[in-house]
Design a protein around this ligand. Sequence first.
Ligand code: 13P
Length: 254
Amino acid sequence: MARKKFVCGNWKMHKTVGEALALVAELEASLKEAAGRVQVAVAPPFTALKPVADAIGHGGSVELAAQDVHFEKQGAFTGEVSATMLADVCCTHCIVGHSERRQLFGETDESVNKKAKALLAAGVLPIVCVGETLAEREAGQTLAVVGRQVRGGLAGLSPDQIGRLTLAYEPVWAIGTGKTATSAQAQEVHAAIRALLRELAGGVADEVRIQYGGSVKPENAAELMSQPDVDGALVGGASLKADDFSKIVKGAIR
Ligand code: 13P
């Protein structure tokens, strides 16, 4: 069975509550025709999660994702938010292991793994990000790096658990740089990730969506998502404008 494409907008540290509400209202209006054909989520900053959840309601055309989580259930962890708290504000998904978290905030494969487990236990579906730096790509290490991140991030998960998550391949050199991987470069890595998932989880691998992220724009989205193992997109900058994001979502419909 064909995998339904899944496009998620990662708003990063952008949008006040008022701005977030204005953007989702525009998105909901322009995505009506795509509803049901493409799975769509947005990941606002923590402060806007609850207002956006209230605005989109259950079962609408747009789902809600968080950008990060702490792996403990509760406790003295100033500044952190638990998976239960995300479920409480109706997040269906949560991004983990984003390269900005890895590079700027000390995220490791081990913490990604703990976060994925905490999310699954709370009924929130992880979007696990992996991707190589430019130096790693130039040194021919892309598949080794991505393979290590997938194995580390998914360690100890059952095939059933792996079947519930989404992977996002985001080459670090393509994030926010305007440099997109070619569709062939993306497909090569996505196919390698799928092969690894098959090793880890058997036939479930064919159900797991693998998103591409890194300078996805209306101009390149359809071509990237036409690749057999590119099952959607994780979109940064272009997800901040309703018009661009809607065009990207529509690019997922064949
Ligand atoms: P850009 O689309 O701005 O390159 O960001 C990609 C990204 O990091 C999505 O998580």
